[in-house]
Design a protein around this ligand. Structure first.
Ligand SMILES: NC(=O)C1=CN([C@@H]2O[C@H](COP(=O)(O)OP(=O)(O)OC[C@H]3O[C@@H](n4cnc5c(N)ncnc54)[C@H](O)[C@@H]3O)[C@@H](O)[C@H]2O)[C@@H](O)CC1
Ligand SMILES: [K+]
Length: 504
């Protein structure tokens, strides 16, 4: 799904109005109807609700929502927050038409607000994507009151006070909703973990803006949804054999960290690689042969406890390095050696990234098209500290473009930076996956996909999605608290079945 800027959203709005054609009031009505339908489904018992409306188009949506809910027998009231003496044309249009259908509170100071304890749900239609400066004065006080009311809050389009595509400071007055019901496209702010409290559960509903126009816009950000992933999935043919699905090599582990190898290799096997080999220090060989009989184990020619000499990589279709390798001097040299001898992209994770962070020369020599999978701390070590996540996103884009690599930042809504500057956000996954070894599993999945012939970009996007989905199934079965990395592997089959629509 596309993520657009407020200007692009307005342009899509205008294009739809001119070309569908539809009047702007009718388009507002359509958005409100979509919201109301969701709301009636969400709150079928007709709870008493207050709709807080600003005087722009977000407030206009609120007025039409009030009319639609009142019509269905919902006890709704409206509070018009008059933050400006000017109100938008469409707001005026509907306010004059419908304001006699429900009680209206005119709010020009915080005292004008009706007592909030009489309502079960507060619907926030004060500001939408038109916000262009921090909310001040009595409107800010109202937002604090709403946030402290203890009531369920549902935001129309975007929480009032949250900037759609620049950093919002926590000191600003911003609504903290439990749900955001947004229209048509994603807004960048929704996907940044620091904004979590200002988004709640996100639902993006289709209001029929022109799809072709939306697709034609140049927008660097997108959310990878199930449909995108299905389109990227490569079909399997009846006459394929194990050679058709590639041979993956995973260079991982050190003495005491053999588990990292096992997790990556098992995940690679469960992600469809035809063959999986593991290079590990000699002291880890036996335990790995027992732990994963399906994998071949290549002992390090030199290192007993550490990765010290890369095996010849020419025969492999995809190569990953990093999980559990440590940062021993021998390992640093071995990594440099691998960069110098290996042809083609690599998957680089964990300690491989920590080693690269210490060496500008290595950073410069990362093979083009490689996939880097840092968590936020590792990413910070690679590019330096940033003061907010918008800046971090800019750094991600700059890194991917400069080195022509794919780099992701793991976490809620993992961001995947591509060499052309685009960034995909991943919607799957849950906090239960913040557990040791979960990253090793992701490395195995991405490597397996590359071994099967997926382009590195698609391997990263599909891999992150499947990893999150398997984690979601694992959490569903076992709860988030008890979830461990092996459970993610155990649920990979279900995740692949879900996205492979030929099986459903
Ligand atoms: N695709 C679209 O563009 C659609 C938009 N709709 C709604 O329209 C909203 C956008 O409406 P608007 O552009 O009218 O903007 P808003 O309703 O978000 O804001 C109203 C006005 O307040 C002013 N303002 C901004 N920040 C302020 C501040 N801190 N203090 C005081 N005044 C401030 C701005 O001049 C802005 O025009 C969307 O979020 C959505 O809810 C829907 O009606 C349907 C279609
Ligand atoms: K809002």
């Amino acid at each position: 799904m596309r993520i657009l800027s407020p200007e692009q959203i307005h342009a899509a709005d205008r294009f739809t109005i001119e070309n569908e054609p539809i009047t702007s009031e009718k388009l507002m009505f359509r958005a409100a109807k979509t919201f109301s339908k969701w709301f009636r489904n969400h709150a079928p018992n007709r709870p008493k609700s207050l709709i807080l409306c600003g005087v722009g188009n977000n407030g206009g949506d609120g007025i039409v929502i009030a009319k639609l809910l009142a019509q269905k027998g919902y006890p709704v009231e409206v509070a018009v927050v008059r933050f400006s003496p000017k109100s938008s044309r469409d707001f005026n249009h509907y306010f004059h038409q419908y304001s006699s259908l429900f009680p209206v509170h005119e709010v020009e100071t915080v005292e004008d607000l009706p007592p909030l304890d009489q309502y079960k749900i507060l619907i926030d239609g004060i500001f939408g994507v038109g916000l262009n400066r921090p909310i001040e004065g009595f409107s800010a006080e109202i937002i604090h009151k709403i946030n402290h009311s203890g009531k369920e809050i549902i935001a129309i389009d975007i929480a009032s006070g949250l900037y759609a595509e620049r950093a919002s400071s926590k000191e600003q007055a911003i609504i903290r909703p439990s749900h955001t019901i947004s229209f048509q496209v994603g807004k960048l702010a929704f996907y940044l973990p620091e904004n979590h409290d200002f988004v709640g559960d996100l639902h993006i509903l289709d209001i029929g803006l022109d799809q072709e126009f939306i697709q034609s816009l140049h927008a660097p950000f997108a959310e990878s949804n199930l449909e995108d992933i299905r389109q990227m999935l490569m079909p399997r043919d009846k006459y394929d054999h194990k050679g058709s699905y590639g041979h993956a090599l995973i260079i991982a582990g050190s003495y005491g960290m053999a588990g990292a190898c096992a997790l990556s290799a098992k995940a690679a096997l469960r992600s469809g690689a035809g063959l999986v080999s593991v290079q590990c220090p000699t002291r880890c060989v036996e335990v790995l042969q027992v732990a994963i009989p399906e994998a071949m184990v290549i002992p390090d020619e030199v290192g007993h406890k550490h990765f010290a000499k890369p095996t010849l990589t020419g025969q492999f279709d995809a190569v990953a390095v990093g999980p559990g390798i440590g940062t021993h001097e021998m390992t640093q040299e071995a990594l440099a050696n691998l960069f110098a001898t290996h042809e083609g992209p690599l998957v680089l994770d964990a300690d491989a990234l920590n080693i690269i962070s210490q060496s500008p020369a290595l950073l410069k020599n990362i093979p083009r098209g490689s996939v880097l999978t840092p968590h936020p701390k590792e990413f910070e070590r690679l590019v330096g500290k940033t003061s907010n996540q918008f800046e971090r996103l800019e750094n991600l884009q700059a890194l991917a473009v400069e080195h022509q690599i794919i780099c992701l930042i793991k976490g809620a809504n993992t961001a995947i930076g591509l060499p052309d500057g685009r960034v995909y956000f991943n919607p799957t996954g849950n906090p239960g996956m913040a557990t040791g070894g979960s990253g090793d599993v992701l490395t195995g999945i991405i490597t397996a996909l590359m071994a099967q012939g997926y382009h590195a970009e698609e391997a990263a996007i599909v891999g992150v999605y499947v990893h999150g989905l398997a984690g979601d199934y694992a959490a569903e079965a076992l709860g988030m608290t008890s979830l461990i990395a092996s459970d993610i592997i155990a649920h990979l089959p279900k995740a692949f079945q879900k996205i492979d629509h030929n099986l459903w």
